[in-house]
Design a protein around this ligand. Sequence first.
Ligand SMILES: *Cc1c(COP(=O)(O)O)cnc(C)c1O
Length: 346
Amino acid sequence: MSDVAFDVDLDAFAANLRAIRERVAPAEHMLVVKDDAYRHGLEAIVRRAVAEGITWIGALDVVTGAAARAVAGDSARIFAWLVDGADDIAEAVDAHLDIGVGTEALLEGVAAGAAAAETTALVHLKIDTGLHRNGVRPERWQAFVARASELEQAGSIRVMGIWTHIAEASDDDDDAQRAVYDAAVAQAREAGLAPEFFHVAASAAAFARPEFRYNMVRIGAFAYGIRSADGPSESELGLRVVGALRSRVLRVARAGISVAGGYTAGLPSTAAGSLSVQTPAGRSELTAVRADTSSLAPWPEAAVGDEITLWGGTGESATALGERLGTIGEEIVLRLSREVPRRYLG
Ligand SMILES: *Cc1c(COP(=O)(O)O)cnc(C)c1O
C-alpha cells in the first residue's frame, strides 16, 4: 500500500448530499464535479451521487461532462459551461450535455453544431451580472435573447435555463447582481423564451441566502465538506469533511519524526509551523515539508508504520489550514497531486 493516500469517505459525501437537499429544497442541487470532483475522483463521486438521487451534475468543461455522462448514463443531466471551439461543441452535443452559453459567438456555434448533428442543443444563457467572468453584458442581453428565440424557433437550440455566477463577496454586491439577473430573466421571457431552470448560487450563497436559490443551486465545495474560509464551521453547516490526506511514519528519531508525503504530494511547504497533524497519540506539529517527506514533532511511542492524517478527516480541515496560509480550502485540496492514490470508504 502506498505510504500517502487520499481517503474519500463516500458515506460522509452521501450525508452531505442529504444535508444540502434539506437545506436548499425545493431548489434542486446541481452537484459540481469540476477538477476531478475537487480531487475526490470523478467516477466514484458521480456514481455515488447518482445512487443518492442527484439528477444534475455541473462539469465545467466538456471532457469532464462527457466523462460524467459515461458514468451517469441517462440518469442525470450534465451541465458544461466551458465550451470552446467546434470540436468541443460537437462533443458536448454528442454527449447530450446542457451547455452554458455566455457569448454571442458560442450561441451561434452551438446552434450550427446542433443543426449539423440534426439535433436540438440544450442551452442555458448566461447573463454577466457583474463578475466579468464570461456572460453577456446587460446592454447586449436583449439582442442576445432575441437571437436565441429565433434559433429556438428554427429548432437548433432549446433554452432550458438562465444563469449567472455571483461573487459571494458582500450581501450588497450580491443583491445588486441579483437585480440584474431578475431583469435578464424578465427580458428573456419577453423575447418569447420559456426557460425552466434558474441558477445563480454556489455553496455559500445557497446556504446563507434563500432568495438566491431560485429553483437550482450549483454546489461543489460544501458537498465535499469544504467550508468557506472565515465562514460557519462544518458542524454549523451540518456537513462532514469527506477527504483526508493520510500518510505513514517512515523514521523515528528523538529530534523528530519523518513521514511520507511532501510538497510533491501537494502539501504546501508553507504549512510547516501552521498545521497540527493527527497522530495515534493526538496532534503533533508539522515542522518541515520537503519534496517527498515531511517532519513532525515527536510523540511518545511513535513507531514506523503509524498512520497519520495530514489534513482532513479527523485532523484539521483543508479550510482550517487554508485560513492560516491566507487562502481557501479548495486551494489546499486542488494542490493534491494526481499521483496520490484515492482510497474509497463506504
Ligand atoms: C465552481 C463553481 C461552482 C461551485 O462553487 P462552490 O463554491 O464550490 O460550491 C458553481 N458555479 C460555477 C460557475 C462554478 O465555477
